[in-house]
Design a protein. Structure first.
Length: 220
């Protein structure tokens, strides 16, 4: 039977991926951030030992644009190509999928009345790729299979927080009903502060952030 064995939250700021690609992990500016991922990666590889990671993220005009934006788009392919973004294509291998588990999740979600978009061809951008090499190895190939789940956070109407919570519950049920023994980690990417310009650029509220993260667990 399938089993969810870990849940991880991570930033997907593109500058982190750029710093990683340029080998700046030991620089004074970046070392504190990268050092924070080291024990998490060790924990995932030594203890969690997931077979598949379901990565919940938002696309940045790579697989979709404003002419067509699905509310929830589930990757169902064999492999996901690395997208070419503003700094050029990242030096990472294509991301392997698990089409059998993807198909099962899709069937289960549709059975629970989630009208998802199934994507057999789905390039992935920094929303998925920024955290991936910080959590798993890719030399010479990835040691994890990935199922992308892109959520619309760009074009209104957006899915409500309650709807996102409910699809998370439905994904758990889908994984746990999968007949093949599979260990699954769930990764949610994004940012607690994402104001890119204006008066609140760079604004942080650590007290609110901690309360928000605590309540996701204790009182969602």
């Amino acid at each position: 039977m399938g089993k969810i064995v870990a849940g991880i939250g991570s930033s997907h700021v593109p500058g982190v991926g750029r710093a990683y690609d340029l080998g700046r992990q030991e620089s004074a500016a970046w070392k504190p951030l990268f050092d924070g991922y080291t024990p998490v990666k060790r924990w995932l590889e030594d203890e969690v030992k997931a077979d598949v990671a379901i990565v919940v993220y938002n696309d940045h005009g790579t697989a979709f644009f404003f002419d067509r934006v699905p509310t929830f788009a589930l990757g169902t392919g064999d492999v996901y190509p690395v997208a070419d973004e503003g700094w050029g294509k990242r030096p990472l291998p294509p991301v392997p999928g698990d089409p059998e588990l993807s198909a099962h999740i899709a069937q289960s979600l549709v059975g629970e009345e989630f009208d998802i978009t199934m994507c057999y061809d789905m390039p992935v951008d920094h929303g998925l790729l920024t955290p991936l090499p910080l959590l798993w190895s890719h030399d010479p190939e990835w040691n994890i299979k990935v199922i992308p789940l892109a959520v619309n956070v760009l074009l209104h109407p957006l899915p409500s927080a309650l709807r996102c919570f409910k699809i998370g519950q439905a994904i758990r049920r889908a994984v746990e009903s999968y007949p093949k023994e599979t260990r699954v980690a769930v990764v949610g990417t994004g940012g607690l502060s994402h104001q890119l310009n204006g008066e609140r650029f760079g604004f942080l509220s650590p007290e609110f952030d901690r309360e928000w993260m605590d309540r996701i667990i204790s009182d969602p």
